[in-house]
Design a protein around this ligand. Structure first.
Ligand SMILES: [Zn+2]
Length: 202
């Protein structure tokens, strides 16, 4: 498997890079991405493939269950760099149906040390969906419930995003919009669950 990656790179050099040499040479000088993508690390959700974008278009941060944790220095540095330095105008938080991270919130992860700690940042989404289903006495399939939690998790992570003072400031100055999307692996489509949230809405 690992050698096929290097073989793939050789094909990339001859089939893509050499043919679009001008584009890549220009790109090597500087990057001007217009979107910060916060997505799940899941191998089935490759941002450039599902959005048909090129190298240089999207600044990417991916982690288990597309979580925005305000105590995550990795993401904090990404946000600071993209908003304050690259002046990125749009952030997308993209979840996906069939997310193993979201499903793991229902499991007893006694042997795992880090996954439960990480998923603490998403539990509120599960609780909110379960409370709503209980109060409305709605019975839905396990899969439908999971889909609702995936969508709610995206909304929750947008809330976390707005907790960063410099994110809120950029939104209030109308320099930044944040968007909540969910990718459906069964048909390849992206569903917009929350669009262009304004900071002062809450
Ligand atoms: Zn996932």
């Amino acid at each position: 498997m690992i050698t096929s990656l290097l073989d793939g790179n050789k094909r990339f050099v001859t089939d893509v890079f050499d043919r679009e040499r001008d584009y890549f040479e220009e790109l090597a000088k500087t990057q001007r991405p217009t979107v910060l993508w916060i997505g799940c690390s899941d191998s089935r959700v490759p941002v450039n493939t599902i959005t048909q974008t090129k190298a240089g278009d999207v600044f990417v941060h991916r982690n288990v269950a597309n979580i925005v944790a305000t105590n995550d220095w990795n993401l904090s540095a990404v946000l600071e760099f993209t908003i304050n330095h690259l002046k990125i105008p749009d952030i997308v938080v993209c979840g996906h149906y069939g997310c193993g991270g979201i499903a793991a919130m229902d499991e007893d992860l006694v042997d795992d040390r880090y996954i439960p700690i990480w998923l603490n940042n998403a539990y509120k989404a599960k609780e909110k969906v379960d409370e709503k289903l209980l109060s409305l006495r709605i019975r839905i399939s396990k899969e439908q419930r999971m889909q609702l939690i995936v969508e709610e998790n995206v909304r929750l992570q947008l809330e976390h995003l707005r907790e960063y003072p410099f994110v809120r400031a950029a939104m209030q100055e109308k320099k930044l919009s944040i968007h909540g999307w969910v990718y459906d692996m069964s048909n390849g489509e992206i569903k917009v669950v929350q669009r262009d949230t304004v900071a002062c809405m809450e």
